[in-house]
Every structure is written in C-alpha cells, then in structure tokens.
Design a protein around this ligand. Structure first.
Ligand code: NAP
Length: 299
C-alpha cells in the first residue's frame, strides 16, 4: 500500500514507519517542516495548507500528529493541544474526501482521555464520553474526521492508552527516577492505567489498516489494565529497585498544574473490545513480561 503518515517523527510514528516499510508498504510522510524528497509532503495544519498535488495514489492515511500533551497546561498550551488536532484532522479529512480516487482507510489517533476519570468502571468503545479538557478534545478531534467518513472512506479513531516505550512517553519519563530508587505510586495509586506496549500500537495499527470491520472508535490498550500501584510495583520489580516513594497528588498539581489530574491521577479501566473482536492477537497482554521485553531485561 501507499501510506501517508503524519506525526511520523513522534514516539509512535518513529516505531510505525520502519515496521510499515519492512512490511512492504511505501510510506509518504506528512511533515510541518524539515522534510525533503518526494516522500515528504509539507502541511501547515493550522493555516489550512497542504501539498494536495502530492497526495495522488494514496491508499491509506495514518494521522498521528498533534501538539504533545506533556508539559504544563497553560491556556496557550491547551489551545495548541486542541487546535493542532482539530484543525489538522479536519484539513486532512476534507482533503482526502476530495481526492479521486479516495484512499480506502483513514486511521486517526485519539486517546482514552475520551472517557475522562471513571474510577473502577470497565470502559469499552460504547461507553459514554467523560468530562474534562481531554475528553472534550478527543470528542472534537474524532468528529473532525467526519468529512472523510461522509465521503465513504473507512475511518477508525484509534483511542490510544498509555503507550509504553523505552524511548519516551510515560515509561521513558519514569525510568530515571525508578533506576535511582526514587520511584513510587502517584497520588493514591488506585487509578487505573490502561497501558499498551509500543509493539502492539504498531501491530494494532497495521491490523486496522486491513481489518475491514473496524471503523469508528477503536481502543488501543492491552487487555489487562493495571492500577498505578500495580504498575509501580511491576516496574520496581523488573528494574530490581525499591519503588516506595509516593508522589503526592498535591505536589504533582503544584509541579504540573492541570496536567497532573488530566493524565497521571485520572483513572480509566479500558478494554480493547473491538480490536479483540476483529481478531487482533496481542503480543504483550500482561504488564510484567511486557516491561521485561521493552527494557530488554532477563527474568
Ligand atoms: N504516546 C502516548 O502515550 C499517547 C497516548 C494517547 C494518545 N496519543 C496520541 O497519539 C498520537 C501519537 O502519539 P506520539 O506519542 O507519537 O506523539 P508525539 O511523540 O508527541 O509526536 C506527535 C507528532 O505530532 C507532530 N506535532 C507536534 N506538535 C505539533 C503541532 N503543534 N501541530 C501539528 N503537529 C504537531 C510532530 O510531527 P512532525 O514534527 O513530523 O510534524 C510529532 O512528531 C498523538 O496525537 C497523541 O496525542 C499518544
């Protein structure tokens, strides 16, 4: 397939693109700047600009781009988180809808932030929208893909959980403090973290490219979520370090502002119902073995 990928240099994109290429696909990258050659297509999502003429012949689109959600959520940062996703998704969806022939599939990233903070309730793709900033962003981000859907393109909005990779993201940020023995639970530790290994993010997206039954929301999380306390203990055990220094919620709120509640303290116990129903087989279903593989640590 000829596949267009936005956000190709991010945590997910950097793992996905080589996997697609070694699977025999040809990848074109949608970049804001710094890309050269025929395989790079330049866009400025918020200005509504995209090199349309270079999009001919595309079979599939995987849209990952958006302002990183880590960092202090100032009003300006929140505006960038929101606008980069909504403007980018709408521009892509409208552009794809006008192509002839149109691509067959549009896979658009979203997040389990859609469900908000939901204590111990099991959540699947039919669960209701939550409340809060991230839930509203996810709702509008997914809706921005509608022009592609209306044009008859198969659209799946991939609600990613906490992506585990040693190259960055949540696990990448936790490694140094844990290795130094400063690891511990976050807040009460009772909040559910629906994690997924980077291997299954890549595998799940590749599966969704050809799984014709998959459209609409698709949770991209491992089948066995854990509480933050369980996560902390598993990481401490795998690294053979104590993990007993809790990070109190009040301190996190002081250091990180609203992001602490939106990301670290929020609880979402999410099931990958549609991915499993469509026949996807997870490479990593359980956290401890997944961490050993990710961190290349022997038993
Ligand atoms: N990682 C996770 O745990 C996680 C969890 C839930 C949801 N997600 C979502 O999944 C997608 C991919 O995640 P990721 O971890 O790979 O993200 P990432 O590492 O933050 O990379 C996202 C990419 O977005 C582009 N980008 C950055 N700022 C932008 C802006 N202001 N406007 C437009 N594009 C911008 C960059 O691509 P270029 O420089 O190539 O343009 C960047 O490589 C994101 O939308 C993210 O919100 C991730």
């Amino acid at each position: 397939m000829e596949i267009l990928v936005s956000g190709s240099r991010g945590l997910v994109g950097a793992a996905l693109v080589p996997a697609l290429e070694s699977g025999g696909h040809r990848v074109r990258r949608l970049v804001r700047e710094g890309g050269e050659g025929n395989d790079c297509i330049v866009w400025q999502p918020e200005a509504g600009r995209i090199e349309r003429e270079k999009l001919a012949g595309i079979d599939a689109v995987i849209h990952l781009a958006g302002e990183p959600i880590t960092g202090r959520w100032t009003a300006a940062k929140k505006q960038r988180i929101r606008q980069s996703r909504i403007a980018g998704t709408r521009l892509l969806a409208e552009t794809l809808a006008q192509l002839s022939p149109r691509p067959r599939v549009f896979l658009c990233a979203s997040a389990i932030g859609y469900y908000g903070d939901r204590a111990d309730t099991w959540l699947d793709e039919d669960s209701a929208l939550g409340t809060g900033f991230l839930a509203e962003v996810c709702r509008d981000w997914e809706a921005a893909a509608d022009p592609a859907r209306v044009a008859g393109i198969r659209v799946a909005t991939m609600r990613l959980g906490v992506v585990l990779s040693r190259h960055g993201g949540a696990l990448g940020a936790m490694l140094l403090p844990f290795r130094l023995g400063f690891g511990g639970r976050v807040g009460t530790g009772q909040q559910w973290w629906s994690w997924i290994s980077i291997e299954d993010v890549v595998g799940g997206i590749q599966h969704a490219l050809t799984a014709e039954t998959l459209s609409g929301p698709v949770n991209l999380v491992a089948p066995q979520p854990v509480t933050n306390t369980e996560f902390t203990h598993a990481l401490g055990r795998v690294l053979r370090r104590p993990a007993i220094l809790p990070a109190p919620a009040a301190l996190l709120r002081l250091a990180l502002g609203e992001m602490a509640d939106g990301l670290l303290l929020s609880s979402a116990r999410v099931r990958p119902a549609r991915l499993l129903a469509s026949g996807y087989q997870f490479r990593q279903s359980e956290l401890t073995p997944a961490l050993r593989v990710l961190l290349e640590i022997q038993d």
